[in-house]
Write a protein that binds this ligand. Sequence first.
Ligand code: AN0
Ligand code: CP
Length: 320
Amino acid sequence: MKQFLYASDIGSISEALAEAKAVKATPFAWKHLGADRTIMLVFFNSSLRTRLSSQKAALNLGMNPIVLNIGQDSWKLETGLGVVMDSDKSEHLLEAIPVMGSYCDIIGVRSFASLTDREADYAETVLNQFIRYSGRPVISLESATVHPCQAFADLLTIEEHRTKARPKVVLSWAPHPRALPQAVPDSFAEWMLAADVELVITQPEGYELDPRFTSGARIEYDQMKALEGADFVYAKNWSCPGVTRPSDYGRILCDDRSWTIDAAHMAVTDNAFFMHCLPVRRNVIVTDEVIDSPRSLVIPEAANRVVSAQVVMKRMLETL
Ligand code: AN0
Ligand code: CP
């Protein structure tokens, strides 16, 4: 595997889930694969889970992880092409990427959406430069439009907890005081559709996600109606994807706290599990009562991030 951005990069979803279960059962069984190999984990943005689970997954495979925080440990990097570099950015990605590539066998990159330039974000400009210039397999650790390690872990968590062949999974927008990317809901929708669950997406008007990720999902603007009979409730905030009005891209259009997932929302489901990728703002996205309930999966979901990362790294090591 040379890149990991999309569900299609992993091939058969059922084979990927079977492999995830095997990796989870015996995490150290492939320790020989990573011997004398190095993975570089490059962070342009903050992280708790992705940073730690990627390091743990690499260690489980016998690999050496190197973590670089851009702008804190390194020079500030210019990402724009053709710019006159007289700002505070000392080095261009065009040099930094092949240099980093020369020190490792695999690269993982976290580079959030700008939320100002829709075209550049949706073209995955930064991540594609890593793919083009590093000469190494590249893993998106949440790039502008996708968070595949998260979506794969979410799917594994649903697979482990489902009691129906085709569970009803509701992706619900929820309020948040800051403008957040669309990467998590984009990938979640993409992976749920690839896995063939019954996916319903609910959001206020104007928050329609890009159809390249959601095509085939049912969209229901009435949140309570969407949640009826749900088996899994996946809450997430995202800023305006700019699908209907490009000028609104990255903006907050709604702060309606009636969208916060509380006990009344969960009451109309079929005793659904609650999921969120974390970090989560309590009593804004979800009430304490719901996230602290026995139906909350947020901790096992985060724990599965080691498993999804390990399957991806394992596949890359096998094809180096
Ligand atoms: C990020 C986001 O919404 O994309 C990371 C989530 C994994 N969240 C925040 O910045 C709070
Ligand atoms: N869910 C997730 O990716 O968390 P971090 O931003 O802490 O890595």
